[in-house]
Design a binder for this molecule. Structure first.
Ligand code: HEC
Ligand code: HEC
Ligand code: HEC
Ligand code: HEC
Ligand code: HEC
Length: 217
């Protein structure tokens, strides 16, 4: 006998290990590779080098000047080309001062096609979200989007996962402020945020729900 008897099982063991390894790889991709885990830091390149740092930061434009629907409905809305032209019909649009980036705005406008901005934040269709429900109860943009006013290109700051939503729905107080301040991303509460937040819980009657049908309807 050239080999001991147990070696007959070697191919079987190898095969079994291979199957387990393959299953693990598939699982690992599905689990760690799924959007909820790589979405933080997601920063797609946009068709025009529009900067929130310039417009919302340095020029101090209010978020609602462009995201006009944020207090009224589910979606914040991205501004139409006309909103940009309110200023860029004049600002840097001349033949000497005009830049390639500003020219893209005029090209889109004259062709009548919307600018193809790339979505940064996107929940799966089975999850329901509403901006107005949050903004009108004193939850600031900064809680969910970070310091957009300091970003040249928007980058996802939070995971937007179910666990993350629920963390705040279970304990909203530290995340609340006067609703007049929701677009002031630099504002800080001075004292204990939870104590101040409890005031606004009463004032705005804040009771976020945690049952499944709140966000899956
Ligand atoms: C002058 C117009 C303008 C102002 C003011 C402005 N934005 Fe925007 N915002 C845009 C445009 C255009 C886009 C799409 C391109 C991009 O993502 O940069 C955008 C995209 C975003 C996105 C990413 C949307 C997505 O695709 O998920 C967030 C978040 C955002 N803005 C938040 C804010 C906040 C917060 C403020 C106020 C501090 C603000 N914006 C002020 C024009 C504006
Ligand atoms: C309220 C006026 C205003 C609005 C509205 C506005 N901008 Fe601007 N934008 C400015 C000013 C002012 C500058 C700064 C110019 C400078 O610093 O030289 C600027 C700068 C820029 C620049 C950089 C200019 C360069 O050198 O290439 C780009 C690109 C730009 N804006 C795109 C947009 C887009 C796209 C929109 C619409 C979503 C928009 N802007 C809306 C006023 C505005
Ligand atoms: C409680 C968290 C939360 C707050 C507060 C919040 N957002 Fe969002 N935002 C989201 C989520 C989640 C999405 C993705 C929504 C989807 O896919 O339906 C989103 C998407 C967006 C988008 C992309 C497209 C759209 O119209 O929905 C913009 C622009 C935006 N937010 C701007 C803002 C601005 C400006 C504010 C503050 C005035 C704000 N958001 C406050 C969570 C928030
Ligand atoms: C930073 C805190 C915070 C985060 C993060 C947050 N929420 Fe909320 N949410 C609230 C508050 C506060 C309310 C208002 C509760 C009320 O009206 O009493 C609310 C209300 C809602 C409502 C309205 C419920 C109704 O009665 O119509 C929905 C839907 C919702 N949230 C979904 C989400 C989803 C989905 C996410 C995650 C993508 C999320 N929220 C993340 C604080 C938060
Ligand atoms: C505050 C909002 C909120 C509530 C309440 C909520 N969910 Fe979710 N749920 C979400 C969000 C946001 C996602 C992720 C969507 C995405 O990946 O874009 C999600 C994802 C899921 C998924 C997909 C798997 C995963 O983890 O991504 C399942 C299943 C699910 N929820 C079931 C439930 C059940 C069951 C309940 C009640 C016990 C519930 N949810 C309550 C917001 C909520």
């Amino acid at each position: 006998m050239l080999f001991p008897k147990w070696t007959n099982k070697v191919p079987l063991v190898l095969l079994a290990s291979l199957v387990v390894l393959l299953c693990f790889i598939v699982f690992a991709f599905a689990y760690w590779g799924s959007p909820k885990n790589y979405v933080v830091g997601y920063q797609p390149v946009q068709p025009i080098a529009f900067s929130h740092k310039i417009h919302a930061g340095e020029l101090g434009l209010d978020c609602r000047y462009c995201h006009f629907n944020v207090e009224k409905g589910r979606h914040a809305g991205v501004p139409p080309t006309e909103t940009c032209l309110n200023c860029h019909n004049i600002v840097r649009s001349g033949s000497k001062t005009g830049t390639a980036e500003i020219k893209k705005i005029h090209d889109a406008h004259s062709k009548g096609v919307p600018i193809q901005w790339v979505r940064v934040h996107k929940l799966a269709d089975f999850a329901y979200f509403d901006h107005s429900a949050h903004v009108n109860k004193g939850v600031s943009c900064v809680e969910c989007h970070g310091r957009v006013d300091q970003m040249d290109e928007v980058r996802a700051a939070q995971p937007l996962s179910m666990g993350w939503c629920l963390d705040c729905h279970r304990n909203p107080a530290p995340h609340l402020r006067d609703k007049k301040l929701v677009t002031n991303l630099a504002w800080t509460p001075g004292g204990d945020p939870a104590e101040l937040g409890r005031e606004f819980m009463k004032k705005y009657n804040v009771q976020p729900r945690t049952d499944c049908s709140t966000c899956h309807r």
